[in-house]
Design a protein around this ligand. Sequence first.
Ligand SMILES: [Zn+2]
Length: 304
Amino acid sequence: MYKTTLAALAAATMLCAGTAFAQQNIDFSKVEVKTTDLGNKTYMLEGAGGNVTVAVGTDGIIMVDSQFAPMHDKLKAAIEKISPLPVKYLVNTHYHGDHTGGNAAFHKDGATVVAQDNIRARLAAGTTNGLTGAKTAPQPAEALPTDTYFGGTKTVQVGGRKALLNHVYNAHTDGDTWVFFDDANVLDTGDTFGNTGRYNTIDFANGGDIRGLIRAADAYIKVSNDQTKVVPGHGALANKANLIAWREMLVTSRDRIQKLFNEGKSEQEVLAAKPLADLDAKWAANPDQAANWTRMVYNSFKRS
Ligand SMILES: [Zn+2]
């Protein structure tokens, strides 16, 4: 029963990531946080919203993502069970509310919020979902990252622990960061990779692009070995084999839809042609998700 509820939550979150709608449909009082020990004082936390990674050093904690705002107290309690040390840094993998909702509360607790700079800009300005037209309101100053970087990489450190942040431009959004803890062989991908067994989302109205998702997958496969523990944006803990299967789905999606786009086909014509029917059978939860994925891949090519 509990598992069914979580699966439903994951599906709702996946389809509506970043919108207020996703949050409104979750009964947070029923959510429990599940903690998985990944070794070397590194943990994966699952609750409601994107997965969280926690890395404990000698004088503080680095945390990656903060789920929806109402999850703060439960996440905080789960972290206190791991270590009494404070969260010194909260890294945002991207701006969506199911990953950044806890920013203001963790900031109030003393954490510095770290992110690629486009996250700050998008949170401050508010955003519109390209698929649904749903609007997300501008966030208050206390919810914005204060330690931002613009491109390439950034290192965040607490005593004895190091998180290597890498920006992949134009992938799930235009502000994605993936995080590697090489001392624990743990990779946190944010929503540039999902392990629900389903298509994820491409936020094309806010800089997302299928080609960036493929660049991200290439980087993950390069940095991983068979022992790497991959914390996906949503879904169960993953491994290199999951990354390889994911990349194959992305490449096939890109190749087929880019071909139709280059032939001048409209979005409606591409939808009607069902170019991903065989993939949809495996990766789409329902016909709407199949159509949305095709639309998101198609709209990637409209960006340039
Ligand atoms: Zn997202």
